[in-house]
Ligand binder design. Structure first.
Ligand SMILES: NC(=O)CC[C@H](N)C(=O)O
Length: 337
């Protein structure tokens, strides 16, 4: 890995690029219309020479996609490449550049399948590389600072954006446009940054990385799991369609306490009879869905998502179904991860 610019006194950090706005380009600095994933990893690294003063950076390009196109195949590649990189004793940590839209899902997936306590930091940008006041360069610099530091060891996979350090389990995208696009609604931040200097406030309580039973070394593919969004006048049609297309799990983005219309609940019970695992999550942006609140989960055989939003509940259910479809065991995963 070492090249002519290698500085033996600095930590080595791998930068794995997947695309997103951080690598996006527009026709001019004030153009909000842009294409994701146009700039390669070497250009991204060269655009932030300050980052190469805090770590030796090695770039790996995994994909060049907007994260709306992120999928299980890229996840497998990404997690296996990350696992390989972190197994190298000379590597201190990794940064993954990623579109912001589904960053929280990829972060949570990696948090559960990567078997290393070295810092893994996802970052991205809300403004393309060519924009006025692009936010990507400082986000990348900050992400490298965290990935290079022993202070970030053992905190699970992190998301760094806009001077904040979030945990993979809690972080969610809460704004479609502004640079302050991420929050951790139930728990708050894990740490805060100021031009690469940072403090960690706490460690995540739930199991992750080296403490997780899921491992990328034993997973080749993930089972089909879909999210169905609840709303007024909801029928059971989409739940029946999910079963017909072969879903092994369905996450309900329920109203309030993870609820849905009688017709939808009836379709969920029919799905259960066919062995489909049902997880009740919520479309509300904070709080938890707990067992037997409004709905008798014990009698119906449903699982509740605790604090995981529907997108993250989908990730844990996919991983859970690689091990079992026993709803008691799956429920335990939702209490512990
Ligand atoms: N700001 C962004 O990164 C969003 C761009 C794109 N939709 C993506 O998620 O990659």
């Amino acid at each position: 890995m070492p090249d002519s610019n290698h500085n033996a006194d600095l930590p080595n950090v791998v930068v794995i690029a997947t695309g997103g706005t951080i690598a996006g380009t527009a026709a001019s600095g004030d153009d909000g219309v842009y294409e994701s994933g146009k700039v390669g990893v070497e250009t991204l690294i060269q655009a932030v020479p300050e980052a190469s003063r805090i770590a030796n950076l090695t770039g790996i390009q995994i994909a060049s996609i907007g994260s709306q196109d992120m999928n299980d195949v890229v996840w497998m590649q990404l997690a296996k490449e990350l696992d390989r990189a972190l197994s190298d004793d000379s590597v201190s940590g990794a940064v993954i550049t990623h579109g912001t839209d589904t960053m929280e899902e990829t972060a949570f997936f990696l948090n559960l399948v990567v078997d290393s306590d070295k810092p893994v930091v996802l970052t991205g940008a809300m403004r393309p590389a060519t924009a006025l006041s692009a936010d990507g360069p400082l986000n990348l610099y900050n992400a490298v600072a965290v990935a290079a530091s022993t202070k970030a060891i053992g905190h699970g996979v992190l998301v760094v954006a806009n001077d904040s350090i979030h945990g993979a389990r809690e972080v969610t995208k809460t704004n479609t446009l502004t640079v302050q696009a991420f929050e951790s609604p139930n728990m708050g931040l894990l740490g805060a940054l100021h031009y690469g200097t940072f403090r960690m406030f706490r460690k995540p309580q739930r199991r992750h990385t080296t403490n997780s039973i899921f491992s990328i070394r034993s997973i080749e593919e993930l089972p089909p799991v879909v999210v169905v969004f609840a709303h007024s006048n909801m029928s059971g049609d989409l739940i029946r369609a999910a079963v017909a297309m072969g879903a092994r799990g369905i996450v309900l983005a329920g109203v309030g306490n993870g609820n849905a219309s009688n017709r939808a609940i009836k379709a969920m019970l029919d799905a259960r009879e066919q062995g489909v695992v049902i997880v009740r999550s919520t479309r509300s942006s904070s709080g938890a869905v707990l067992r037997n609140q409004e709905i008798d989960d014990d009698a119906k055989g449903f699982v509740v998502s605790d604090q995981l939003n529907p997108a993250k509940a989908r990730v844990l259910l996919q991983l859970g179904l690689t091990q079992t479809d026993d709803v008691g065991v799956v429920q335990d995963y939702f209490w512990t991860y």
